[in-house]
Design a protein around this ligand. Sequence first.
Ligand code: ATP
Ligand code: MG
Length: 609
Amino acid sequence: MRLSQMLFVTLREDPAEAEIPSHKLLLRAGYIRRIAPGGFAYLPFMWRVLQKVSQIVREEMNAAGAQELLLPQLQPAELWKESGRWDTYTKAEGIMFSLIDRQDREMGLGPTHEEVITTIARDMIRSYRQLPLNLYQIQTKFRDEIRPRFGLMRGREFIMKDAYSFDADEAGLKQTYQKMHQAYTNILQRSGLKFRAVDADSGAIGGSGSQEFMVLAEAGEDEILYTDDGKYAANVEKAISSPPAAEASPFKKYEKRETPGTDTIEKMCAFLKCSPTAVVKNVLYQAVYDNGRVVLVLVSIRGDQDVNEVKLQNELTKLADQYGGNTVIALTVPDEAAQQKWAAKPLPLGYMAPDLADDYIKPAKPQPVGYKAAETIAPKFLRLVDQTAVDLKNFATGADEAGYHVVGANWGAEFQLPKLVVDVRKAKAGDRALHDSTQTLKTARGIEIGHIFQLGTKYSKAMGATYTNEQGEEIPLVMGCYGVGVSRLAQAAVEQSYDKDGIIWPVAIAPYQAIVVIPDIAKPDQVEAGEKLYTELNQAGIETLLDDRNERAGVKFKDADLIGIPYRIVTGKALKDGKVEVVKRATKGSQEIPLEKVVPTLKEWVKEG
Ligand code: ATP
Ligand code: MG
């Protein structure tokens, strides 16, 4: 392609709308343009990159025995009602765009395709002889993200490869899952990215495994905890570890103490001269179930620890039955406005005790006949205690009165130990690893590029997708699902590889592999050599651009650096010796090579990547 004929506009200045380097560079170099919040035009260079990534994904999925298809993006609400996800996905913080068609039918734009694929499996898979099956597509997904940001990293319209597998049993699923693990490893290696596979949260739906593939980068939204021996890596949402040992409590007997102005653990410990490991901290959350039921949750945890809200949400989902719901749709620390809705009197915030009285919650008003109990607030606190707080002796905690704490308290004496003992603590860097206590957890930031997930029978059971096994019994299909953010991957590659002058594409996914720059188009020898190389390189299968624009040489070099093409060939001064200058973008290393050597040299370099 000739730059002079391309839609090609670069910007010298950083665009104000972009915060992270990869987003700035893709805008500046003319790869993308923002059309709406989280909605981008993929311009010609970007589209080539996306097609390269897609092709790598496609080849690895095919090699793993998966089959490509294409599913509709416009999906009927009925399917989502069958799986029980319509309300959670379209109401409150749900991320599904929904609409009503001219026949008054409810439809949604696919944020994911479990429902669609399961209905196909239900209709078409009858017998164990048809199994296993793994079906995938590469397509645009729609999600009304609460905070679209960072360009293609979190769009509201983005390209995903999603695959869904169907096996006869758990053992089959495990094998398919392993194959996908390998395929994802290959995809990321071939794309030239540094990454880590980490244990991930599977939500409350199943204990079965799920892993995320994280591209390592400072700008990543996710935190990873790992050990140096390479044996453990997990998303912080899921990570487990052993907390540091608690220090012995300095308090000998139970008493209430005046502790003015100590509404944080730090201030309280400084005042009482104790370690935060001798404190039971009580944290209040407000959970909303999918039926509208609001539950106030009081979590007691050791003072030096924090609550992992993902783990807490999973625990609360397990209790959904008790509140007549299926899942938790929102979990927040209630702010003042939220408290006003249910608090009968001001809460002793910062000084709460594990036995904070239920009469802080307003009693339910007498209701007219036919009201829905589900839409009211549960009249009692749901009390949970984290494992870290269970064994504490003579601890300090709040006195349920502003400016006061109690010390020397014990479970079973002054406070009743909550019946529900849970693990909701957040693992953190510095904690000891569970598999080897000499290893401590380290932290890194990552961009989630892929997620592989053993779904089990959640969707097949809900939607009645069964098959007949060898014994003639009808049983639910065992499913897995596997996603790769194709557009996110492309941008993540930039986030991992750039310098002050621009993008440095890995050769495998660069829009073009080489660019021939004619420094001065008024010089016939330069033009002639440039045209010749351009034709020969393309004929030799090297995807080559020609910068034949009527611009100054300096502008052309700057643009070539900015767009990040791996190899640049300049038909300049060295022509008089029958040579051209060849520059590697990644190292800026330059050398002069004879004209006839250009094609074989570049072929060699491209092969090596
Ligand atoms: P996240 O936690 O980042 O929102 P997710 O758990 O919602 O991701 P999945 O539903 O597992 O993601 O989707 C599969 C893959 O699609 C993700 O691993 C990610 O690479 C990509 N992806 C998800 N949401 C977006 C988005 N809004 N924009 C771009 N890519 C996305
Ligand atoms: Mg998401």
